[in-house]
Design a protein. Structure first.
Length: 254
């Protein structure tokens, strides 16, 4: 990662923190020297030449965290964004250790922001792991099917390793304590089907263009109707109706 910090060896530390673009401390801007312009961070995605700025990085991880904790099912991973943010935070922590005055107000505020971003990443990862543990077999199968159709993968590389190990441990536990005691014809691991038809979510339309979705008719569950989603509007709506829009980043969950 390039030029995240500039550190002086004086009594204080002059820190330029890219992730602080989101820090809402305008009243202290004269004391806290946060860079207005910064070098862009190259993504680690070999499939495109896009780059991402620090402010965009913070925005993407925040929205992904909000969507993940509000969604009733697992969303496609953002492994590159998470890896970039973790790399940033580790570099920031390393530079903090070089500071001589840890009681400085600007250092304390910078550390608070780092802790806030670390909390978001940790909660994002925890939320995903809980969903994987709940429906590990179903999510593994869907992840494989998505790979076949070149759709965005559900699981990151680390999550796939976790899912495989978790499923293996779960299988061994059931076989040792239950399945081996019943007839071979019945020795099957229980699987569940993800039914999202009853799930409702609150969404905000972030796309600049009006979208249309199909929702079930409440008076007749066998029929449905089309509704408009104007830009900026907020709706309480069935999750299956907006799942594709959510993956396309045209709506966000509240």
């Amino acid at each position: 990662m390039s030029e995240r910090f500039s550190m002086d060896e004086g009594n204080d530390c002059n820190i330029t923190v890219p992730a602080m673009d989101e820090l809402r401390l305008s009243s202290l801007s004269s004391e806290i020297q946060i860079a207005d312009t910064m070098d862009e961070i190259e993504t680690m995605n070999d499939n495109d030449d896009e780059s991402i700025t620090p402010s965009q990085l913070v925005k993407e991880i925040t929205i992904a965290w909000q969507n993940e904790i509000c969604a009733p099912r697992l969303l496609p991973h953002i492994e590159t964004v998470v890896d970039l943010m973790i790399d940033q935070l580790e570099s920031m922590e390393e530079n903090f250790s070089k500071c001589k005055d840890h009681t400085s107000l600007k250092i304390i505020l910078h550390k608070m922001e780092v802790q806030r971003l670390a909390y978001i990443i940790n909660e994002y990862i925890r939320a995903r792991l809980k969903k994987i543990e709940k429906d590990v077999e179903v999510l593994q199968n869907e992840d494989i099917e998505r790979e076949k159709t070149n759709a965005p993968r559900l699981l990151s590389s680390a999550e796939r390793v976790f899912a495989e190990r978790y499923e293996l441990i779960k299988r061994h536990l059931l076989e040792a304590n239950f399945l081996e005691r019943i007839p071979p014809a019945l020795q099957r691991l229980p699987t569940t089907a993800l039914d999202m038809s009853a799930e409702r979510v609150i969404v905000e339309v972030t796309n600049d263009q009006q979208e249309q979705v199909i929702i079930p008719e409440m008076t007749d569950m066998l029929s449905d109707r089309t509704i408009d989603l104007p830009p900026g509007s907020i709706h309480f709506i069935p999750y299956p109706s907006i799942a594709n829009l959510l993956e396309a980043n045209k709506v966000r969950l509240l």
